[in-house]
Design a protein around this ligand. Sequence first.
Ligand code: ADP
Length: 325
Amino acid sequence: MTGPIPNSSATPRTPRVATVGTASWDRLVAVDRYPSPGEQEIVRAEVSAPGGTATNTAVGLARLGARASVAAAIGDDAEGDSIRRGLEAAGVDTRWLLARAAARTNRATIVVSGEPSDRTMYWHPGAELVRGDPFDIAALFRHDVVVLDMADAPLRRFLVDLPAHTVPGARILGTLTYLADPALPDGLELALRHDVVVGRERDLLAVTGTWTLSDAAAALRFRMPGSNLRAALVTRGAAGCRIVTAEESWQIAAFEVPVVDPTGAGDAFVAGVAYGMAQRWAWPTVGRFANAAGALATRALGAQSSLPTLADVEEMLANGCERPA
Ligand code: ADP
């Protein structure tokens, strides 16, 4: 597929998107390759920076020009303060950023390798948003799209059950990361209660209990009639993405990009999908836009450092440098 985004810059509407989920503080170290156990490797670069999926996606949306709000928990520590300042500097509404007393902010230590191009994450758990934390549900569902990406399953169950009874127009995009937890008994049932799900191929296989992408697509299609779910977008790194709806399926090629660090590419992709959903673009257009946002986010060390602007994405779409399938 080639061609510009329909009405992207001509559209008068500014998408309004809320993300609900995880904030963290990342420490990233870049190495040429992963050492064998017990061996050592030279650190080529090191960065400490804000991360966390919900906060990365909110910043990604703000860079694209959306009105973004984030609901997440931080600790009452220096990392939490830095995350808040970073979000505010990016223009994200932090009304629902909850500083939990006497708690630490989530932290991640991420080792990024050049060859293979990959990242390995060590997670230091801290404050998470949970069911019962105060935020304004009615205002949340007044956004065009609400992105759910939280660790707390009771909060996810509560939020996916609400809109049908409160704001029927609210559209919910859910990520699969936490739904793929083998200890979660109702991961697939929860996935089906979102309008759209986005996630890595291995997470979709775990959620659907299948071994191949085509079996996973068939399992979703079997359950889509009678559920809220209209589309699943499966991220596939340098292979782009696959989109599955009840009637159709598309494989959308990734863009050629010099990859420095893939951390945050998935969050940038989610931001692109939410942006496209708010504009009500056709699915292949959404997939191509999100692929460009994901590819551009790999250009620098750190999850938020290379999140693209709308102009960056439009330039990549116009140049059309897709990788061969
Ligand atoms: P995650 O960051 O969640 O592991 P992926 O690595 O699949 O997710 O990346 C999300 C999206 O970002 C991909 O579907 C693709 O569009 C884009 N992307 C990621 N890595 C690359 C790459 N090496 N080249 C081009 N695009 C990429």
